[in-house]
Design a protein around this ligand. Structure first.
Ligand code: 16G
Length: 245
């Protein structure tokens, strides 16, 4: 499969030529997104290069996000995801956003429970002495693709029982009359660390957006502080701007 093509054969270091051959195989559909790459030994044999050369070519392709490595299971062609256009003008939940697009939603729980708050949580949520914090952390998945990691903190007086959330945090807050009516969002570009990259099924160091949402009740009380990591290759955030008089 990775026998050097005429173009790829045309020069440069061996690992770069092999890299081009692998890229050609992905582009021409010889191997598809999500497919496992043949073993290092097999590629070395077919391409007639050393395993060191294969390793170097693969490392470059992983760094560029064309291949991904999963601990214990090997190297795969990076899956492609359908980009999602997300409005920045309305206060919606992940569940509502995905349902509106007809996408199938699921979540993988990473953590949920009541904890002693960190200093940051005490300050942001304005917690009183001895007040606990409810933390919920989830990998949000749409149409089978992991899109975002959300780590939310709420006062335990607002969310007493994080285990009672079925699917949607906002649906739960709605039921108890604590649905936020306003939020401030801060968006920053970050490169993914190894752990988050693995959860989102992308290469470590891949581009992503960190979004911090602080949500308010009508009374002005802060109800939620959520730090989310969105895949950079899956999201377009869109806002409508108007001329100010
Ligand atoms: C959105 C919010 C997040 C909120 C979640 C609730 C952003 C950046 N974040 O993902 O703050 O906690 O929705 O979703 O938009 P849920 O009701 O589906 O649990």
């Amino acid at each position: 499969m990775f026998r050097q093509t005429a173009g790829a054969r045309s020069g440069g270091p061996l690992y770069l030529r092999l890299r081009r051959s692998i890229e050609d195989a992905v582009r021409s559909g010889l191997i598809n997104p999500g497919d496992a790459l043949p073993s290092e030994r097999d590629i070395a044999a077919t391409a007639e290069v050393s395993r060191v050369t294969v390793r170097k070519a693969v490392q470059h392709l992983v760094a560029d996000g064309i291949l991904i490595q999963r601990h214990g299971s090997g190297t795969f062609v990076a899956p492609t995801v359908q980009r999602v256009e997300q409005s920045l003008s309305s206060l919606t939940s992940f569940t509502e956003d995905m349902a509106r697009r007809g996408m199938t939603l699921s979540s993988q729980w990473l953590d949920r429970g009541l904890y002693d708050p960190s200093n940051e949580e005490t300050i942001i949520l304005g917690l009183g002495a001895g007040e606990k914090v409810a933390r919920i952390a989830r990998l949000r998945i749409a149409n089978g693709n992991p899109l975002a990691i959300e780590r939310a903190s709420l006062s335990a007086t607002v969310l007493h029982d994080p285990d009672a959330i079925a699917h949607s945090l906002y649906a739960k807050l709605d039921q108890t009359g604590n649905r936020p009516v306003r939020a401030i969002q801060r968006i920053a570009a970050v490169n993914l660390g190894r752990h988050d990259a693995e959860l989102l099924d992308v290469a470590p160091g891949a581009a992503s957006l960190r979004i911090e949402r602080t949500s308010y009740l009508a009374s002005g009380r802060i109800v939620e502080f959520t730090r989310s990591i969105y895949r950079g290759d899956a999201y377009d955030f869109v806002a409508e701007l108007r001329l100010q008089n």
